[in-house]
Ligand binder design. Structure first.
Ligand code: CS2
Length: 460
């Protein structure tokens, strides 16, 4: 039997669930990118905030590309379970905050109407790094920012809102970009500048773009996971997500038209998220990408296997503790040594079965904020970063390897650079002063030699 609003009553008592009247909740949030991460994170916080007494923050989820999530969620009345797994134990909660799912291109009209609706007060995003359509220097790539991306869809809906004399709203980026709120404001501003400057002015005057740091490890759900959830909850849930117990959400408290009481269910509302965001990007995500490329290079499949490999552990510790942490300015009460310890324990969670391939995806979009900013910091002070340089070599080995295993919008260009430059000069072609990443951090001769040595060793 499938999970739905009819069958929910038959769930075993140990499966926790919301108690609010779901049908009575108005939609307050439109969320772009209704994938596993959003379902295990922001939608889960919003569900618990409504359960704690807040009202009227139901979510319209938007799929930008495939109708797959809609076809999993709609037959279940958009109900789904979040299962937390650690130390062999699993506990599930049914989440009721998602009201409906729209498939963007097929339902443009409904989406524009929802964005313009007076009840919509927050538009949030988990569209991955590449969803923002940035060129390697970080500017908006106008050729990419067309049909199928957030830009024309937002412009259409917000234009309608503006024309109807509607209020401004909050645009909340929940992706792993440095200063994600500011970047979204800038990129959307650039888009409007070209296509509709009056709308750009309306957005700048009426809307806000708080920065956020989001954190929860959410591996892609597998068929075996779905079978496990079915055993746990007694119902088939095609939209189930599995995650760790840990979860963190730090949000800049600058909302144009109100927000759910997320702070009552564990989110931290602060004046400035920068210190949390940078620590997370450089330490957690930086270590993750290193684990992915070093781990795959050494034949591992999962994060917990890679972190148990002593050689990889040594490099990851170096990156987190000796390279990333000293590049950060901790905020009040932020303990970076403790943070590194917690991260190691989270990476070691074997119940998560987090595939390295999932993290290895889209490296070109991730590496500038995860690695190159740390490298640039140390370079300015005359320090070297052997851990990061080794990881960069591992990334090059990955890009040069079996094309079927490389998923990255930059893959073809990287392959072209590799074919033209050969092993000896591939590092220079990528990270040297003329390379595509020069704006983030041009590597010097020492760096290039170290990266090349790592590439040689890993590629053997
Ligand atoms: C990972 C992140 O796939 C990746 O690149 O590094 O998705 C990571 O699991 C999350 O940011 C954790 O909060």
């Amino acid at each position: 039997m499938r999970l739905s609003s009819t069958t929910i009553a038959s769930l075993p008592r140990q499966v926790s669930r919301f108690e609010y009247d779901r049908d009575a909740q108005a939609v307050g949030i439109v969320h772009f990118g209704i994938g596993a991460f959003h379902r295990a994170h922001q939608a889960w916080y919003t569900d618990r905030a409504m359960d704690a007494g807040d009202r009227g923050w139901a979510i319209t989820g938007v799929s930008l590309r495939s109708p797959a999530v809609a076809s999993r969620m709609l037959p279940q009345d958009c109900l789904y379970s979040v299962t937390e797994r650690s130390s062999g134990a699993a506990s599930a909660r049914i989440v009721g905050s998602v009201r409906d799912v729209l498939v963007a291109e097929a339902e443009r009209e409904a989406l524009a109407a929802r964005l313009a609706a007076p009840g919509t007060r927050i538009v949030s995003f988990t569209i991955t790094e590449k969803g923002y359509c940035r060129a390697t220097d970080g500017s908006l790539d106008h050729d990419l920012a067309g049909t199928g991306t957030i830009y024309p869809l937002l412009a259409e809906g917000l234009r309608r809102r503006m024309a109807a004399g509607g209020t401004g709203l909050t645009l909340l980026s929940c992706d792993n970009l440095a200063a994600n709120g500011r970047q979204l404001a800038r990129l959307l501003g650039d888009y409007c500048e070209r296509h509709d400057p009056a709308l750009g002015r309306w957005i700048a005057a009426r809307c806000s773009f708080p920065a956020t740091m989001v954190d929860r490890i959410v591996p892609a759900t597998t068929p075996a996971d779905l079978a496990g959830v079915e055993r746990l909850i007694g119902l088939r849930d095609e939209a189930a997500v599995l995650t760790e117990r840990f979860s963190q959400w730090v949000i800049e408290d600058r909302f144009a038209a109100g927000r759910p009481r997320w702070h009552e269910v564990g989110a931290q509302l602060v004046d400035d998220v920068a210190s949390y965001e940078t620590a997370k990007l450089r330490m957690l995500n930086g270590a993750h990408s290193a684990l992915a490329y070093l781990g795959l290079g050494r034949g591992h499949r999962f994060v917990h296997e890679a972190i148990a490999d002593a050689e990889i552990l040594a490099i990851v510790l170096r990156i987190m503790v000796d390279e990333a942490a000293p590049s950060l300015e901790p905020g009040p009460g932020q303990d970076l040594a403790g943070y590194a310890e917690t991260l190691l324990a989270r990476f070691a969670n074997a119940d998560l079965r987090h595939e390295l391939r999932q993290i290895a995806m889209d490296g070109s979009q991730k590496i500038p904020q995860r690695w190159l900013e740390t490298l640039a910091f140390h370079k300015a002070r005359g320090n070297t970063c052997p851990g990061l340089l080794t990881a960069m070599g591992a990334w090059l080995a990955h890009l040069r390897g079996d094309p079927a295993l490389v998923s990255d919008p930059f893959a073809e260009q990287a392959r072209g650079l590799w074919q033209a430059a050969g092993e000896e000069r591939f590092a220079e072609a990528m990270f040297g002063a003329q390379g595509p990443f020069a704006a983030s951090c041009p590597a010097d001769a020492f760096d290039l030699r170290t990266i090349t040595a790592a590439l040689r060793q890993i590629g053997r």
